[in-house]
Design a protein around this ligand. Structure first.
Ligand code: SF4
Length: 107
C-alpha cells in the first residue's frame, strides 16, 4: 500500500482538469500499474510556476507532501513533456523521496 503525491506543471494546470492523472491511477495504468488496490493519491499540487527558484519550490512542496505521509511522488506527464527543469527536479527530489518521472501515457 502506497501513499502517492502528484506534482504537476503550473502552466499546464491552468487548462487541465487532471483527468489523465486520476484516470491512470484509478485504472492502475501507465506509471501506476504496479500499485495495489489499497494505494491512494493523498496529495496533488502544481509547482509555483517558472522562476529561478522553481526546483527548490518543487522540493519544498515535496517535503510538505512527505510530512503528510506521501511515500512516492509522481511528476506529471506534463512536467516530463514541457519542463526544461525536468531532470533537475528528478535529481533534487530523488535524493529525499521515491520519485516516478511521469503519470499517464501520452495519447
Ligand atoms: S517550472 Fe516547469 S513545471 Fe513549473 S510551470 Fe514552469 S515549465 Fe511548468
Amino acid at each position: 500500500m502506497n501513499k502517492i503525491g502528484i506534482i504537476n506543471c503550473y502552466n499546464e494546470s491552468r487548462e487541465c482538469s487532471s483527468f489523465g492523472c486520476f484516470k491512470a491511477f484509478n485504472d492502475r495504468e501507465a506509471s501506476f500499474k504496479n500499485y495495489d488496490c489499497n494505494s491512494e493519491i493523498i496529495c496533488f499540487a502544481h509547482c509555483n510556476g517558472c522562476s529561478e527558484n522553481s526546483v527548490n519550490q518543487v522540493l519544498d512542496r515535496a517535503r510538505i507532501m512527505k510530512k503528510k505521509g506521501v511515500d512516492t511522488i509522481h511528476l506529471s506527464t506534463c512536467i516530463k513533456l514541457k519542463c526544461s527543469l525536468y531532470n533537475k527536479i528528478i535529481e533534487s527530489l530523488g535524493n529525499e523521496i521515491d520519485i516516478v518521472g511521469y503519470s499517464h501515457d501520452v495519447e
